[in-house]
Design a protein around this ligand. Structure first.
Ligand code: SAH
Length: 376
């Protein structure tokens, strides 16, 4: 195995898909995570161990709403049942192996899945909201040149439970008077490339007998897969859609987002327009600003021209540094100038506030650090 000492990816080379890392040894654990069971499955299991079905409601309330971390703590269940649950199921599909708290109280978790793979999720606190950011895949196949998540390629899709349980594990960390108000699917992976599991997890998050969050409080961020954007529009739910654009023309976008070669900006914009038409939800366009690459005034003008007449919002994101990459955020005046040009052209835009600046906040950076340390 070659040692991945430093990984440097210049803007003009393709993604590093595989570093030839060894497959992680599978754990001996065979108990399924309890949340893999639907409410009906849980009732059947209870009956199979001689317990009344109504206990399913009690168990799910503990798992979804209360902030406990073991079956032991389900104090209104008979001790025998608590033991049986512990023998039969895992409380959670993952172990927390890293926990960082930033000065602004942003918290980031590194989670180890049953097969040893790692993913990340983040809790961001604002005075009026608490937003969690969740992952959908182990790694990512899209290969965006500025993103830590794709540097090692994609390993596998997350299961529905592995996706929504990130919300539950962060919820359990919060104080009693705190609530999660928003979910953004902007962690590791391309959510629309794991569509079925994504939809199942969002169904749980929005269900009355699930986490009970309004669909309008959930944002799905995508590199821009037109077919899947249209499928999402047909789900009948008002999820917010964020499209990661990052460039105002195909030539530049294909350098920054290699999968663009087979898609093209126009197809993505049309799918996003359809999404707006069906759902009535304004589309956000994310634009990661990288010094000297896509941050020039002419890029801003071209972007404004591209989005003219659309009910769109541009989210400018000064690039978060990734240790292994050479690209950097523009200087503040350049970011402000970019913003001003968009606004002068009548495009609504904001610069995303940095959260958790003193922890490894760039998407996938924690996992990448661990993978490199493990195999390096
Ligand atoms: N694959 C999806 C969702 C995950 S990435 C997508 O492409 O949208 C979520 C957002 O974080 C995207 O807009 C992505 O471009 C951005 N992002 C990734 N790496 C970043 C970095 N180093 N700095 C700033 N934003 C980054």
């Amino acid at each position: 195995m070659t040692e991945p000492e430093t990984i440097s990816v210049a803007a003009d080379v393709g993604p590093l898909v595989s570093l030839g890392l060894p497959i992680v040894e599978l754990s001996q654990e065979t108990r399924p995570p309890i949340m893999d069971l639907s409410p009906e499955d849980l009732v059947s299991w209870l009956q199979s161990v001689g317990q009344p079905g109504y206990r399913a409601g009690q168990i799910r309330r503990w798992l979804v709403q209360r902030r406990i971390t073991s079956f032991e703590q389900m104090t209104d269940l008979p001790v025998g049942l608590r033991e049986k649950l512990t023998q039969s199921f895992r409380f959670s599909p993952f172990e927390v192996v890293g926990h960082q708290v930033a000065r602004d109280l942003t918290e980031k978790l590194l989670l180890r899945l049953q097969d040893g793979e790692l993913v990340e999720c983040v809790l961001m606190r604002d005075p009026d909201r608490s937003t969690v950011c969740i992952s959908t895949q182990v790694g990512c196949a899209m290969g965006c040149v500025f993103c830590a998540s794709g540097l090692l390629g994609v390993k596998r899709n997350l299961t529905p439970t592995e996706i929504f349980e990130q919300v539950l594990v962060l919820h359990r960390l919060m104080k009693d008077d705190e609530r999660i108000t928003n979910v953004v699917v902007m962690g590791i992976g391309e959510p629309l490339a794991n569509y079925k599991a994504l939809m199942q997890s969002l169904t749980f998050l929005t269900a009355e007998d699930g986490f009970g969050l309004g669909a309008r409080r959930i944002t799905v961020s995508t590199v821009g897969l037109p077919e899947k954007i249209r499928e999402l529009a047909q789900s009948g739910q008002q999820y917010n859609l964020a499209v990661s654009l990052h460039a105002p023309n195909d030539a530049l976008r294909t350098e920054i987002v290699p999968v663009n070669r087979n898609i093209g900006i126009q197809d993505i914009l049309q799918a996003a327009d359809d999404y707006f038409e069906v759902t009535g939800r304004r589309i956000s366009y994310e634009y990661v600003l990288m010094a000297g690459i896509n941050d020039r005034p002419e890029h801003a003008e071209e972007l404004a021209w591209l989005l003219r007449g659309r009910n769109a919002h541009v989210n400018l994101i000064p690039m978060n540094g990734v240790n292994e990459l050479i690209m950097t955020a523009p200087r503040d005046p350049d970011t402000q100038q970019f913003l001003m040009i968009l606004e002068e052209c009548g495009i609504t835009a904001t610069v995303r506030k940095r959260k958790g600046a003193d922890i490894d906040a760039a998407c996938g950076q924690l996992r990448l650090n661990r993978e490199i340390a493990k195999h390096g």
